[in-house]
Design a protein around this ligand. Structure first.
Ligand SMILES: [Zn+2]
Length: 225
């Protein structure tokens, strides 16, 4: 008798389960949203008023690939004297440097803003230039070997000067050792660059950098101010 009752209950449960609507199933788990570091970086540039276009580039050498390259023509109110190609990650650092270091320094020293960045080079598939390689090249001797420049990875920019709102040009070549507020501005900007970039080379570092500030985000660390 008892076993019959159990059986009845079990059958009723089973019938109920079959006849009724299926129990709600948990919503299928959507795959976790992976943040695309490339598009996040591009969005960051847009949010910071950087004027650029993403590039798809085929490097001459596999060693000279640039991750997420962008061609930049202006950063906020600071136009560039000519377009430059950098990795997006590098441009992010350049943007912060311009906004947080260059413009405040220009306001302090000159009471006006920088309107044009006078750069002398960004991406270039080449090895590093040193005084020795420069001397060899000047003597017409072949330059072989050497470590790949951070320029070859789109991680470096050479800055030759800055143009202020009133048209004044502050030049690394002319003003670095010239004293006065132009030199003070350039030194302050170079020192501040050491907080943003891993390598900063100035005219104080070697003769190859007599006319520009080299800034890169490569793996080495050097503040050559
Ligand atoms: Zn350089």
């Amino acid at each position: 008798m008892r076993s019959v009752r159990y059986l009845t209950v079990a059958v009723a449960l089973l019938a109920g389960a079959c006849a009724g609507p299926p129990p709600p199933r948990p919503a299928p788990q959507s795959p976790p949203q992976l943040l695309d570091p490339d598009s996040a970086c591009l969005k960051d540039l847009r949010d910071h008023s950087v004027l650029f276009e993403p590039l798809s580039m085929t490097a001459a050498s596999p060693a000279c690939q640039v991750p997420n390259p962008v061609k930049v023509t202006a950063d906020g109110q600071m136009r560039w004297n000519r377009p430059g190609v950098l990795s997006c990650a590098t441009m992010r650092v350049v943007d912060r440097f311009e906004t947080d270091a260059v413009q405040p320094a220009a306001e302090r020293h000159f009471g006006q803003r920088v309107v044009r960045l006078l750069h002398m080079g960004t991406y270039e598939c080449r090895t590093r230039r040193t005084d020795a390689t420069a001397a060899a090249a000047a003597a017409g001797k072949p330059v072989r070997g050497g470590r790949l420049s951070e320029h070859a990875k789109g991680q470096a920019i050479d800055i030759g000067g800055f143009e202020l709102a009133d048209g004044t040009v502050v030049s690394v070549k002319r003003d670095w050792r010239g004293g006065g507020r132009n030199a003070a501005f350039l030194t302050e900007v170079a020192r501040a660059a050491c907080e943003h970039f891993s390598v900063v080379l100035t005219p104080n570092y070697n003769a190859v950098h007599a006319d520009h500030l080299h800034l890169d985000i490569g793996p080495h660390r050097l503040c050559g101010v």
